[in-house]
Design a protein around this ligand. Structure first.
Ligand SMILES: O=P(O)(O)OC[C@H]1O[C@H](OP(=O)(O)OP(=O)(O)O)[C@H](O)[C@@H]1O
Ligand SMILES: Nc1ncnc2[nH]cnc12
Length: 236
């Protein structure tokens, strides 16, 4: 880890601790983190940065659990199992906290491109791309004007409707590594189409990630299409 990466990790740990502190006293935060309250006070107030090892523990272990809890408290599932996740996908600062936890906690190789499907996956993909310092690309359900060449992926959904996603061909080069992400995975049909696009582009898949898995079907379907790691922050 170079100095810049270390500093980034330390600052991310402070972000996670500040998020946790919003709903806790220092004593409660000490209990949650198993770190001394005095140290936590200095980190949260920005007087001292946690050491690299401590920072990694906060981001990878605690961060993942805390973010999953925070995510669960923000989503509403209706009586038919459909999820309202607007409070998450509209909150870019929250997604900026998610990015390092995902990048460090899910065994994904650093991608060249973070790929998602318009619309709701875009803010998550943007946060991850920004964290990795890579490009963000999103496939759309219609062809964007003035783009000459597209990669297309078409699938007949369980409902019988045919769905096509289009991505400008220039968005992914052959041999690049693609991390496929979305806010939500349920049937896995959308992720399948995105993996299909990556395949047509002759790209490698770094992984598949969703903030929320609605049931296990989608995750399993994605696992059938790639050997790369597949995961979600929470399952409802
Ligand atoms: O695993 P699946 O069954 O494919 O479902 C997941 C997809 O459904 C939602 O998108 P939707 O198609 O509703 O479009 P939106 O992002 O524009 O709301 C969600 O953002 C995922 O992309
Ligand atoms: N918001 C949502 N909740 C559950 N399944 C979905 N499939 C597409 N959008 C969904």
């Amino acid at each position: 880890m170079n100095r810049a990466e270390k500093a980034t990790l330390q600052l991310r740990a402070v972000d996670v601790l500040r998020m946790l502190k919003e709903t806790r006293t220092y004593d409660e935060l000490a209990e949650t983190t198993a770190l001394p309250a005095g140290d936590l006070n200095r980190y949260v107030n920005g007087h001292v940065l946690p050491g690299a090892d401590r920072a990694r523990e906060v981001v990878e272990d605690l961060g993942r659990e805390a973010l999953a809890e925070e995510l669960e408290s923000r989503i509403r599932v209706d009586e038919e199992g459909y999820v309202d996740n607007s409070a998450t996908v509209f909150d870019q600062p929250f997604l900026d906290l998610v990015a390092p936890v995902v990048a460090n906690g899910f065994d994904f190789d650093r991608p060249d491109v973070v790929l998602t499907a318009a619309t709701d996956g875009i803010t998550l993909a943007a946060s991850l791309a920004s964290y990795y310092g890579t490009r963000c690309a999103y496939a759309k359900k219609r062809k964007e004007t003035a783009v000459e060449e597209f990669i297309e992926a078409r699938e007949r959904l369980q409902s019988g409707i045919e769905l096509t996603y289009y991505l400008p061909r220039s968005a992914i080069d052959a041999g690049e590594s693609v991390l496929v992400v979305d806010d939500l995975i349920r049937s896995g049909e959308t992720q399948e189409l995105l993996l299909d696009i990556a395949d047509t582009a002759d790209a490698d898949v770094a992984g598949v990630f969703a903030l929320i898995a609605a049931g296990e079907d989608g995750i399993e379907r994605a696992r059938n299409h790639t050997d790369a790691p597949v995961g979600a922050l929470t399952t409802v």
